[in-house]
Design a protein around this ligand. Structure first.
Ligand SMILES: CC(=O)SCCNC(=O)CCNC(=O)[C@H](O)C(C)(C)COP(=O)(O)OP(=O)(O)OC[C@H]1O[C@@H](n2cnc3c(N)ncnc32)[C@H](O)[C@@H]1OP(=O)(O)O
Ligand SMILES: CC(=O)C(=O)O
Length: 539
C-alpha cells in the first residue's frame, strides 16, 4: 500500500523567534538552519526579511542545502499594487526558494486590523500569491485565524483559502493563530475546506498550543486530509508555543495509527538523531532540556517505581510504548525510596558492581537509601553519591583522607580602594596517612567556593589526581519551611575526560550540606580514577 507523504515545515526561526525570551542572532540562525537541514525537514522558514536587520542579513544567502528555504512576510497592503508594496518587494528579493505570506481570513480582523474591505483583502491575497509565483518561487499562504474566522463567517474564510489556491499557492496553511480550537473542530473545519474545493494535498496546518492541543490539532488535521504540518523544535513559539515537531515526527514515524498510511522525510536512521537534535537546540538556547518532553526527555524512558523496574528489566516492552533507541534516547532505572531490588541491582550493574538478589548487603543498602531519602537526600539526581554509598556498604571505598575540621568566615569590609567587599575565607584540616595538613583559601564567590578551594588546595599524594576536577553547577533546595528547614545541596562536577556527576548533601546547615556534596565529589573522582585501566587499584 502506498503511503501518503506528510511534509514537515519548520518555523523555529520565524514563529520561534516570536517566543518571549528568545532572540536569535544571524549566527544562531545559521547554526539552527544547518541542524534542521541536516536532520531532513522539508521546509525551513528563516524569518521575515525586511522586518529587522538580523532577518534581512540572514536572507542575504540561501541557508539550506536540501530543505526549501522560506521567507516569511505579509500580503500586500490594500490600496497599493503588489509591485509597489515595499514590504512585499523585500520579501520577494530575499534569497529563498519559497515565500510564505500571512493573510487575514477572519472578516473581523480585516475590518479591525487592516481597515479595508473584505474584497480588498481577497484581492491582496490573490495579487500577492501571483507576485510570488511570477518571481519563480513556491507560494504558501498562512491563513491567519482561519478556524476562528470560519466559525464567525465560514463563507469568507473559505473564500480566502480558495483565493490563495486559485492564484497558485502550493500550500494553503490553515492557522489556529490564537490556539483555542479543539481537535473535533479542526477535523470538521478541515473537512469543510476540502469539500469547498481546496484539495488536502495543498493544505497545511499551523497550530498554537494555548490549550495544550497543538500536537493533537495537527494530527486531527492530518486525519481530515492536510498534508503539511508546521511546527517548531521543542515547541517554541509565540505565547504557549507551536506544535512540537520533536513530538510529531516520532509519532508519525512510530505509531501504527499513522505508519500504515503516512510517511515523512525522516527515516529510521534520522529518527535516532532526534534526542540529540532536541538537546542541542536547548543547549543553543542556554536552557535545560525539559525532562518530561515526550520521546526525548531524560525521564521519557526512566522509571523509579520498583514494580515497573522489576518488569522492565524482564522485558522493556512491559513499560515502554516505543524503544528509547528508536529516538536516540536511553532507558533509565533509578534508585529512590520508590524502588525495589530490581532498581538497585540495575543501578549497581551500570556501575560495574554485581550483587545477588539474596545478598543481605543489598537489603542494607536499600534500607539506608530509603531512610536517607526520608530525611531529604535524593539519590535519583545524585548518581555519584549513590555509587559511593553503595560501594561503602559493599566495603570497597578506601579511606583516602579524613577531614578533621573545617571553618568558614564571611566578612564584609572596605578594600584598599575604599570599596565595600564581601570576602569568604575557609580553613580545612585534612589528614592523609596520619599526616595533617591545614589549607586556607579565599573565595570570590561565597563561602562554598572558599571551602571548595581550601579542600582541593592540598590533598597530598592525591593532589595531582584532582587537578582537572571542576564544579559546574550548584543547586540548593529548602525542604521544609520555618525554623525546621532542612537544606539539600546538589553539586555537579566534571573532569578533563568530559565526564559529569552529581553529588548530594543534606543538613540543617547549608554550609554543612554543601561540604558533604563537595566531599562526595572529590571521593567519586578518586574512585573514578581507580576504575581507569592502568591506574593503581584502590588502596
Ligand atoms: C500570526 C503571526 O504570527 S503573523 C507574524 C507576526 N510577526 C511579526 O509581526 C514579526 C515581524 N513584524 C515586524 O517587524 C513589523 O510588524 C513589520 C516590519 C512587519 C511591520 O511594521 P510596521 O510597518 O511598523 O507596522 P506595525 O507592525 O505597526 O503594524 C502592522 C501593519 O501590517 C498590517 N497587516 C497585518 N497583517 C497584514 C496582512 N496579512 N496583509 C497586509 N497587511 C497586514 C496591519 O494592518 C498594520 O498596518 P498599519 O500600520 O497600517 O496599521
Ligand atoms: C502565521 C502564524 O504564525 C499564525 O497564524 O499563528
Amino acid at each position: 500500500m502506498t503511503r501518503e507523504r506528510i511534509y514537515l515545515f519548520d518555523t523555529t526561526l520565524r514563529d520561534g523567534q516570536q517566543t518571549p525570551g528568545i532572540d536569535f542572532s544571524v549566527e544562531d540562525k545559521i547554526a539552527i538552519a544547518a541542524m534542521l537541514d541536516d536532520f531532513g525537514v522539508d521546509y525551513i522558514e528563516g524569518g521575515y526579511p525586511g522586518a529587522n536587520p538580523t532577518d534581512t542579513d540572514f536572507f542575504q544567502s540561501k541557508r539550506t542545502q536540501k530543505a526549501a528555504f522560506v521567507a516569511f512576510g505579509m500580503t500586500k497592503r490594500a490600496g497599493v499594487s503588489a509591485s509597489n508594496d515595499p514590504g512585499l518587494a523585500a520579501i520577494l528579493q530575499a534569497k529563498s526558494d519559497a515565500v510564505c505570506l500571512v493573510a487575514k481570513s477572519w472578516d473581523y480582523h480585516v475590518r479591525v486590523a487592516l481597515g479595508c474591505t473584505n474584497d480588498e483583502n481577497l484581492d491582496s491575497i490573490s495579487a500577492s500569491v501571483e507576485a510570488v509565483v511570477a518571481r519563480g518561487k513556491e507560494a504558501l499562504i498562512d491563513c491567519e485565524h482561519f478556524f476562528d474566522g470560519y466559525k464567525a463567517n465560514p463563507d469568507y474564510a473559505l473564500a480566502c483559502a480558495k483565493a490563495a489556491y486559485e492564484a497558485g499557492a502550493r500550500w494553503v496553511v490553515l492557522c489556529d493563530t490564537n490556539g483555542g480550537t479543539q481537535p473535533p473542530e479542526i477535523r470538521d473545519i478541515v473537512t469543510a475546506v476540502i469539500s469547498s474545493g481546496v484539495p488536502g494535498a495543498h493544505l497545511g496546518i499551523h497550530a498554537h498550543n494555548d490549550t495544550g492541543q497543538a500536537v493533537a490539532n495537527s494530527l486531527a488535521a492530518v486525519e481530515a486530509g492536510v498534508r503539511q504540518i508546521q511546527g517548531t523544535l521543542n515547541g517554541i513559539g509565540e505565547r504557549c508555543g507551536n506544535a512540537n515537531l520533536v513530538t510529531l515526527i516520532p509519532t508519525l514515524a512510530l505509531k501504527e495509527a499513522y505508519t500504515s498510511r503516512f510517511e515523512t522525510a525522516i527515516d529510521a536512521d534520522r529518527l535516532q538523531e532526534l534526542t540529540k537534535l532536541s538537546h542541542s537546540f536547548d543547549e543553543m538556547l542556554n536552557r535545560s532540556p525539559d525532562h518530561q518532553m515526550p520521546y526525548v526527555g531524560a525521564s521519557a524512558f526512566a522509571t523509579k517505581a520498583g514494580i515497573h523496574a522489576s518488569a522492565l528489566l524482564k522485558d522493556p516492552r512491559t513499560y515502554e510504548h516505543v524503544t528509547p533507541e528508536s529516538v536516540g534516547n536511553l532507558r533509565k532505572v533509578m534508585v529512590s525510596d520508590q524502588g525495589g531490588k530490581a532498581n538497585f541491582i540495575n543501578a549497581l550493574k551500570r556501575r560495574g558492581i554485581i550483587v545477588s538478589k539474596d545478598d543481605p548487603k543489598l537489603d542494607q543498602l536499600i534500607a539506608i537509601v530509603k531512610e536517607r531519602e526520608a530525611t531529604g537526600y535524593a539519590y535519583e539526581g545524585a548518581d555519584a553519591s549513590f555509587a559511593i554509598l553503595a560501594q561503602r556498604i559493599l566495603g570497597t571505598v578506601p579511606d583516602f583522607f579524613v577531614v578533621e575540621s573545617f571553618r568558614v568566615m564571611v566578612e564584609r569590609r572596605f578594600d584598599a580602594n575604599g570599596n565595600l567587599k564581601t570576602v569568604s575565607e575557609a580553613v580545612v584540616k585534612v589528614s592523609i596517612d596520619g599526616t595533617t595538613t591545614m589549607s586556607v583559601a579565599e573565595g570570590g564567590h561565597g563561602p562554598v567556593n572558599a571551602l571548595d578551594l581550601a579542600l582541593r588546595k592540598d590533598l597530598g599524594k592525591y593532589q595531582s589526581e584532582i587537578e582537572d576536577l571542576e564544579l559546574v553547577d550548584y543547586k540548593v533546595r529548602i525542604l521544609n519551611g520555618g525554623t525546621e528547614a532542612i537544606t539539600r545541596v546538589l553539586i555537579e562536577s566534571m573532569d578533563g575526560t568530559g565526564a559529569r556527576w552529581w553529588t548530594v548533601g543534606v543538613s540543617d546547615n547549608i554550609i554543612d550540606a554543601s561540604f558533604q556534596a563537595l566531599m562526595d565529589s572529590v571521593i567519586f573522582k578518586l574512585l573514578k580514577n581507580r576504575e581507569q585501566p592502568g591506574r593503581a587499584a584502590a588502596e
